[in-house]
Design a protein around this ligand. Sequence first.
Ligand code: SF4
Ligand code: F3S
Ligand code: FES
Length: 235
Amino acid sequence: MQVTLKVFRYNPEVDKKFHYETYNIDVEENERILDLLELVKGHHDGTLSFRRSCAHGVCGSDAMRINGRNMLACKTLVRNVGDKITVEPLLGLKVVKDLIVDMEPFFDNYKKVLPYFINESPLPADGKERLQSPEQRARFDETTKCILCAACTTSCPSFWGSDDYLGPAALVTAHRFIFDSRDEAASERLQIISETSGLARCHTTYNCTMACPRDIHITQAIGELKLATLTGKVE
Ligand code: SF4
Ligand code: F3S
Ligand code: FES
């Protein structure tokens, strides 16, 4: 099939403002948007810039707006978006070049929630690891699946309004550790996400949940965090 691919282009070294380039290309309907971008880069314009690494939905590096919705280019098939395709960078983060955005504010917010396991207690005397029941492990299973693609945070109107809002991805990471029975820093993290740049900025818009390529129920996870801050209970 033939598709018309419209691509956002902006090179701050030469362009005063962004523009769109249109490419008419022949593709198989089962090809992915990432394949189209590789084709344009390889055969039409080698200066086209975009991030990608794994090409299999694992690394989270190729989130972008495809026909107005945040998606991973490597997980989106042409047949699912049609023959008129517009590809643009994520909203709410500064464009570095073409489809590449500056992820620093996103990762700065991620770091604020202490995204690592904290347990200062000595290991059990019998030399065993810190054990956890299947139920305890299941409590935070879903939020371990985040690949930090930023599709959720950059679809959130509260984040568009102010990038000092921690955003859904950072809150998902906070959830992953707060509900881990082996971690000892839940109250510290609850304090961090209760500050003005945290949970209070979530107005339950659901855009984040709709955008997540890992199908994480983000709004529900944020709701569980809100309840934990109100009750002081992590269970
Ligand atoms: Fe991406 Fe989902 Fe993680 Fe958000 S929660 S960064 S959308 S994988
Ligand atoms: Fe934003 Fe998701 Fe809350 S889109 S407002 S973080 S439910
Ligand atoms: Fe890794 Fe798409 S290239 S998730």
